[in-house]
Design a protein around this ligand. Structure first.
Ligand SMILES: [Zn+2]
Length: 293
């Protein structure tokens, strides 16, 4: 009789231990599926967009489970069973969705000058701002067709300060920033060609410049290659950023190309190809070997 009771106690002990272990195991499993929030500006949004309505703030060190992603946003379930969208950068500054194709990318396109700032002039007085906008709009259309999310620093003839341009790239955490300009030489008709500028070497900008430049093979004007350019829109930009001087506006020969829809179409298509190459990461090894560092 006594022995039987001991057996029962023993069984109950094991059953409780097993249940406890299973519960602990499940909780541990759930815990490790969650990401800890390491920023103080995390929040849940109703849509995966920076301007969407904010549902609630999330406290630092709370945890979320990532259920799906779109561009650089993730749909999450919080440890308080709330659901919503948040920017990947809100988890921690180093958390990134793996972007390896153009259709997953967020791209900021910057049409140089605009509004009160006409930019440089052709020998016949045509304004740079008109053409930067034309090229920017066409590139935006092509990238949107390819599935990318596109933001423009301006989409009409408006004045936009220089500092606001990289600010947009920072705000939306763009995977690439492309600025359109046209060069100008001190004297008319003394220079010609297309130059691709970068500023930062180690944030993707140099590789982006190389990848885009490598696609500019049949422009009809000289491809002057990749060069370092101390431009504010590149310098004050932590996102991969390039500036394209797509010909000399005060060269009559270049301007006949710049104002030609065939050349414009070639440039914007080549930039799309360059971006595809960049996101596929295929040129990475070759470019690290050539890095000016
Ligand atoms: Zn310019």
């Amino acid at each position: 009789m006594q022995e039987n009771n001991n057996d029962n106690d023993f069984s109950i002990f094991w059953i409780i231990l097993i249940i406890f272990t299973v519960i602990l195991g499940c909780r541990t499993f759930v815990y490790f599926q969650q990401e800890p929030i390491k920023t103080s500006d995390a929040a849940l949004y109703v849509k995966p967009e920076i301007n969407a309505k904010k549902e609630c703030s999330l406290t630092k060190n709370s945890r979320v489970k990532v259920l799906k992603h779109k561009y650089n946003w993730i749909y999450v379930k919080t440890d308080k069973d709330k659901y919503g969208w948040m920017g990947t950068w809100m988890i921690n500054p180093n958390y990134h969705n793996q972007i390896n194709k153009l259709s997953e990318a967020t791209i900021v396109i910057d049409a140089g000058h605009g509004g009160e700032d006409s930019g440089a002039l052709s020998t016949q007085g045509k304004e740079e701002k008109t053409y930067t906008l034309r090229y920017a709009k066409q590139l935006a259309e092509k990238l949107r067709k390819a599935g990318a999310r596109v933001y423009m620093t301006r989409d009409s003839n408006q004045t936009v300060s220089l500092s606001k341009r990289p600010e947009l790239a920072e705000k939306v955490h763009a995977n690439a920033f492309i600025s359109f300009h046209f060069d100008s030489s001190p004297q008319d008709n003394t220079a010609s060609g297309f130059t691709t500028y970068y500023y930062h070497k180690n944030n993707g900008s140099f590789r982006l410049a190389k990848d885009i430049n490598s696609q500019l093979t049949s422009l009809g004007i000289d491809n002057r290659g990749v060069d370092f350019g101390n431009f504010l829109v590149l310098r004050d930009n932590s996102q991969p950023a390039v500036l394209l001087e797509s010909g000399y506006i005060n060269s009559d020969r270049d301007f006949s190309m710049i104002s030609d829809s065939g050349y414009q179409n070639q440039v914007t298509s080549d930039v799309v190809k360059g971006l595809k190459l960049y996101f596929a990461g295929k040129n990475e090894n070759a470019i690290i070997a050539n890095d000016p560092n």
